[in-house]
Design a protein around this ligand. Structure first.
Ligand code: UDP
Length: 312
C-alpha cells in the first residue's frame, strides 16, 4: 500500500487531504499538534486501520524515520487571526517543520509537496498573479510572520531540489473555503456566514472594495492530488485557486442573500498591509495538471453554510 504523510492533518485542508488519499487506497500517517487544528476534523478516522495519527509539534528540529512515498507539508497556522496570535510558532513550523520533512523526503526519495500561499505575492502589483511574479511583501509588517515564513519554506524546498534532487513541488494556495473551517477562524467566509446566520452585523474591514477569489475545498484537494501524483514536475510551482474574483462587499451580499439574513454591514478600520486585490492566474495548472475549479461559488457556499448550521 503506498503511504502518504500529511503534516497539519487536523487542519481544514489537511483533514480533507487525509480523506481523499484514504479513498484512493493510500495508507495515511497524520501529524498535528492541535495548535490551530482540531480533533473533530479527524475523529471520523479514529478506527480506520489505514490511518495512523501522531501528535507532535514540528516547530523544532527533529529526525523522523517513517516510510512514505509522498509527504504533504501542511502544518502551519493559516488564518490571519491565528498567525497574528501565534507569530513565532508560525515561523518555527514553516522553518523547522519544512526542514524535518524535507530531510525525511530526501531519505525516502519521496515526493514532497510544500503548502505555500498566495500571501507570498504580498499586496500584489500585477493582476492576476502568475507563478513567476516575485511578490510585494512587507518583511516587517504583521503579516510577514506568515508571508516570509512561507517564502522561507519555498526557498528551503528549492534548495533541497537543487542540492539533492529531492522531488519537491510547491503549491501556492489562494483563499479556500468549505466544511471544517472553524467558525471563529477569523477569515472572511466563516466570519460572514456565522454573522449572517445569527443576524449579527457583518464586519467589513476597510472599504470592502478589496477583492479575493475563493476556491471550494474539494476543487483544491483535486489539484493537490494531481500535484502529488504526477511525474515530471519536480521543482515546479503551481497556483491553486479559483480565478473568479469578488469584492468583499459582494461576498457579504451573496452570503446574506443565500441565508436570507437581514444583517447590517458594519465598517471597521482596514487591516495593515491587507492585499487590495488577489486573483490567481491558473494557466500553468490548467496546462500541466489539466486542473481547474469546477464548483461554482454559490454551490460551495450552500455546502459550507449547511456545515456551519450543523457545527457552528
Ligand atoms: N475581511 C473582512 N471582514 C472579516 C474578515 C475578513 O472584511 O470579518 C476581509 C479582510 O480584510 C481581507 C479579506 O476579507 O481583505 C480576506 O480576509 P481573510 O482573513 O479571509 O484572508 P486573507 O485573504 O486576508 O488571508
Amino acid at each position: 500500500m503506498p503511504k502518504v504523510l500529511i503534516t497539519g492533518v487536523a487542519g481544514f485542508i489537511g483533514s480533507h487531504l487525509a480523506d481523499r488519499f484514504l479513498k484512493e487506497g493510500y495508507g495515511v500517517i497524520g501529524i498535528d499538534n492541535f495548535l490551530t487544528g482540531r480533533v473533530d476534523n479527524i475523529k471520523h478516522l479514529r478506527n480506520n486501520p489505514s490511518f495512523v495519527f501522531i501528535e507532535n509539534d514540528l516547530g523544532r528540529e527533529q529526525a523522523f524515520d517513517f516510510k512514505a512515498d509522498i509527504i504533504l507539508n501542511f502544518a502551519s497556522p493559516a488564518s490571519p487571526v491565528d498567525y497574528f496570535k501565534y507569530p513565532i510558532e508560525t515561523m518555527r513550523v514553516n522553518a523547522f517543520g519544512a526542514l524535518n520533512m524535507l530531510k525525511l523526503a530526501r531519505k525516502n526519495n519521496a515526493v514532497f509537496v510544500q503548502a505555500s500561499t498566495s500571501e507570498v505575492y504580498g499586496d500584489p502589483e500585477i493582476h492576476p498573479q502568475t507563478e513567476d511574479y516575485v511578490g510585494h511583501v512587507n518583511p516587517i509588517g504583521p503579516r510577514s510572520v506568515y508571508d516570509e515564513a512561507k517564502r522561507f519554506a519555498e526557498a528551503l524546498s528549492m534548495s533541497f531540489f537543487r542540492e539533492f534532487n529531492t522531488k519537491v513541488r510547491i503549491i501556492r494556495i489562494f483563499n479556500t473555503y468549505g466544511p471544517r473551517m472553524k467558525s471563529n477562524d477569523g477569515r472572511v467566509i466563516p466570519n460572514f456566514i456565522t454573522q449572517a446566520l445569527s443576524n449579527k452585523p457583518i464586519t467589513i474591514y476597510g472599504t470592502g472594495k478589496q477583492t479575493r477569489s475563493y476556491c471550494y475545498v474539494d476543487d483544491l484537494v483535486e489539484g493537490i492530488f494531481r500535484v502529488a501524483t504526477l511525474d515530471g514536475i519536480d521543482g515546479e510551482v503551481f497556483n491553486l485557486g479559483n480565478p473568479e474574483e469578488y469584492t468583499i462587499l459582494e461576498t457579504a451580499e451573496i452570503i446574506k442573500e443565500i441565508i436570507g439574513s437581514n444583517s447590517e454591514l458594519k465598517f471597521l478600520p482596514a487591516l495593515q498591509d491587507d492585499p487590495k486585490r488577489r486573483c490567481p492566474d491558473i494557466t500553468k495548472s490548467k496546462e500541466i495538471l489539466g486542473w481547474e475549479p469546477r464548483i461554482p461559488f454559490r454551490e460551495g457556499l450552500i455546502k459550507t453554510i449547511e456545515y456551519f448550521k450543523k457545527n457552528g
